[in-house]
Design a binder for this molecule. Structure first.
Ligand code: ADP
Ligand code: ASP
Ligand code: MG
Length: 430
């Protein structure tokens, strides 16, 4: 985040609500704007916030499956869509929902204006389809807010330092909303199709528990390991700029989950925050690599130079001067990685490369595991009792992750969640 620069506007941070911020950024996800009726409902929510005296910025995702549909079109026309044109195309979905919402707000008797990411001053780096926001030039936003308008900003997109349209990666409207809240000194509410952040994906563990609060660190680990409910990058921005986030249901008024810095006292009690899973990664193994200095460095430097994101790495103890190196990478990076690995395997004298995209990762997250021995052992036992084989293990100070067969990952999530249910209940009731 070193080069990131958001224009903070401290004078807006006055005293209107519990967070002490009178400007509010309200973000609505794809399902929550999935029909014109739902867009009118969202318009009513934005108007209600305005009538309560807040300055209101709305960030809407594309309607329903629009983004998936646009991506499908791109691949139907071209196996490797040109990155610039891809972003021109997939950024369109958010223009539709935000302009429709501005129309609905006007019909409800309030002033509103919709802006593209570029018009809203969301400046990104130049990496198409996974651009990072580097600056928010908030002048236009302030002008519109000063005209008493509800401002709608198309999520998931920006304009690069080369003046091209960019998109921020799947789930990127979360990043738009948090960056705007950081730049405008506002509060940020994330409205979605679940009631908050749960101890596991409620679609897989129907009796998962809703967390009242979760720290940035825990939420970042959960998001990075597959909890779709918040985009990982948005949590990094929130943490850097101290933006408290409230994740809640788009329909109804129930309190959701607060993501913020937690008091140590609560964290010490909180052994776990959740179980996550991710089916988007594949496993690659470079076979029978000569056990010599510099081999791993060459393999991973070449992959890094090609922009391939490596996650877990294991290297076995060598036998007879050779060893296997296995690692995981996003399935979408396989086409870029395969030719590089084939070439490297020859150069370094490895026996070959094996690929396996039938794997998935299950992770257990919890800030309290730092000071609580036995968490990993309990997790491995839960998997063993369910007859699930672990293929790769990796850990951080607040996370344990295991690669398992893809077909077993839902059972793995359920088994681990069941084993830690007691801790989850303790935390939720604390
Ligand atoms: P939106 O379109 O509102 O951004 P997403 O589909 O991106 O919504 O994220 C919400 C979904 O995330 C939920 O429907 C839920 O299935 C999934 N999810 C995965 N893990 C979790 C979790 N731990 N807590 C809540 N939701 C989760
Ligand atoms: N519409 C984009 C996506 O589907 C961005 C978002 O919804 O946050 O990924
Ligand atoms: Mg999302």
């Amino acid at each position: 985040m070193a080069s990131t620069h958001f224009e903070a506007v401290p004078e807006l941070a006055s005293d209107a609500d519990a967070t002490g911020r009178d400007l509010i950024v309200m973000k609505f996800g794809g399902t929550s704007v999935g029909s014109t009726q739902k867009i009118k409902d969202v318009a009513r929510r934005l108007v209600a916030a305005r009538e309560a005296g807040r300055r209101v910025v709305g960030v809407l995702s594309a309607m329903g499956d629009t983004t998936d549909e646009l991506i499908r079109l791109a691949h139907e026309v071209s196996p490797h869509p040109h990155p610039r044109e891809y972003d021109m195309l997939v950024s369109v979905g958010e223009r539709i929902s935000n302009s429709l919402c501005a129309m609905a707000i006007r019909d409800q008797g309030h002033e509103a204006v919709s802006l593209t990411g570029s018009q809203a001053g969301i400046v990104t780096d130049t990496s198409h389809s996974k651009a990072k926001i580097v600056e928010v030039r908030a002048r236009r936003l302030h002008q519109e807010l000063d005209r008493d308008r509800i401002v709608l900003v198309a999520g998931f997109q920006g304009v690069s330092t080369d003046l091209e349209v960019t998109t921020l990666g799947r789930g990127g409207s979360d990043a738009t909303a948090v960056a705007l809240a950081a730049a405008l000194g506002g509060a940020c509410e994330i409205y979605t199709d679940v009631e908050g952040v749960f101890t596991a994906d409620p679609r897989i563990v129907p009796d998962a528990l809703k967390l009242a609060t979760i720290s940035y660190e825990e939420m970042l680990e959960m998001a990075a390991t597959g909890a779709r409910v918040m985009m990982a990058r948005s949590i990094e921005i929130a943490r850097s700029y101290g933006v408290p986030l409230h994740v809640r249901a788009a329909h109804g008024d129930t309190e959701g989950t607060w993501i913020r810095e937690e008091a140590n006292l609560v964290l010490e009690k909180a052994i776990i925050s959740g179980v996550t899973h991710d089916t988007a990664e594949a496993k690659a193994t470079v076979l029978s690599v000569p056990d010599q200095p510099g081999v791993a460095a060459r393999v991973f430097r070449a992959l890094a130079d090609a922009g391939v994101n490596i996650d877990m790495i294991v290297q076995n103890v060598s036998a007879q001067g050779a060893t296997d190196i296995s690692f995981t990478l996003p399935k979408t990076d396989l086409p870029a990685a395969e030719p590089i690995l084939e070439m490297l395997a020859k150069e370094i004298g490895a026996a070959g490369v094996a690929y396996d995209d039938d794997v998935a990762k299950v992770s257990l997250i919890g800030a309290g595991m730092k000071s609580h021995p036995g968490v990993a052992a309990d997790m491995f036992e839960a998997l063993a009792d369910a007859g699930i084989n672990i293929e790769i293990i990796s850990t951080s100070s607040i996370r344990v992750s295991c690669v398992v067969r893809a077909s077993e990952v839902e059972r793995a999530v359920q088994a681990i969640h069941e084993r830690f249910r007691g801790y989850a209940e303790e935390r939720v009731n604390a």
